[in-house]
Design a protein around this ligand. Structure first.
Ligand code: ADP
Ligand code: MG
Length: 260
């Protein structure tokens, strides 16, 4: 367990809504090794985003603990937390909501480089050009406002921004769900390439098992705030053990007819 990049232990989180108590996370434990992509799949409302928000320290847990790169992640605060945030980055579903849509691509990428002290001022333009190239864009995109880009290009910028701080881990919550099928496929290819090239670990979250299977080494299945199944991606798809996994497979007919 100790050589894991990330270990989540017995994480629980409840919400009260209209007088009812919802257990959004119920004793969730997971590990991710360095360089591994863990797919987290589950129906809407199963607790996936609650887990990602706690991981990114946007929401506090009721109970449980998280170790990340050897640190007691949920206990970090202040400057040590700010420093360590560079190591775990997020890619959101909607990049326009995450950045100022009027900002130029270069500004979106300059911010993390400046804030986390990744590159000196006179090196940042070069670093930005390199990041753009790495995600399949060109230096010409740097001057364009984010709003003028297509959905796929925006998501490439979001990925460039996420890798700008040289993280050991990315959390992607429904990061390709808003994209049409062709663009989605290209972004998934980019993620697999980056993951191989740079050995960045990913927690890849989606309600779509076909998408998760395309990028993940292992898959964890969530249902009602619990992890009900974990296994190698091919095993979970070929021989699901839980009702939740079977239901997710049934929702994607091409998983049955088009294995690859
Ligand atoms: P998923 O991302 O898998 O769709 P979520 O983590 O968003 O699931 O939600 C899990 C459960 O927690 C759902 O029942 C949802 O309604 C509830 N929930 C999430 N956030 C809140 C909140 N801020 N207040 C009340 N209930 C919430
Ligand atoms: Mg969600």
């Amino acid at each position: 367990m100790n050589d894991m990049l990330l270990s989540i232990e017995n994480l629980s989180k409840g919400f009260s809504s209209s007088g009812r108590r919802v257990a959004a996370l119920d004793n969730v434990s997971l590990t991710i090794a360095a360089g591994e992509t863990l797919g987290l799949v589950g129906a809407s409302g199963s607790g996936k985003s609650t887990l990602s928000r706690i991981l990114l320290r946007l929401l506090s847990a009721d109970t449980g603990s998280i170790r990340f790169e050897g640190a007691d992640w949920l206990a970090l605060d202040g400057a040590p937390l700010r420093r360590k945030r560079a190591r775990m980055q997020m890619v959101f579903q909607d990049p326009l909501a995450a950045f100022n849509p009027l900002a130029a691509v270069s500004t979106v990428l300059d911010d993390p480089l400046r804030i986390h002290g990744i590159a000196a001022k006179n090196q940042r333009a070069g670093e930005i050009a390199m990041l753009l190239e790495r995600v399949g864009l060109t230096a010409d995109h740097a001057a364009r406002p984010v709003r003028s880009l297509s959905g796929g290009q925006r998501q490439r910028v979001a990925i460039a921004r996420a890798i700008a701080t040289r993280p050991s881990m990315l959390v992607l919550d429904e990061a390709v769900s808003a994209l049409d099928v062709t663009v989605r496929g290209r972004i998934l290819e980019l993620l697999v390439d980056l993951q191989k090239e740079q050995g960045i670990a990913c927690l890849f979250i989606s309600h779509d098992l076909a998408v998760v299977r395309a990028v993940s080494h292992r898959i964890a299945v969530m249902d009602g705030g619990r992890i009900v199944e974990t296994g190698p991606a091919t095993t979970v798809v070929a021989a699901p053990q839980s009702n939740a996994a079977r239901a997710l497979i049934a929702a994607v007919p091409r998983l049955v007819t088009d294995p690859c």
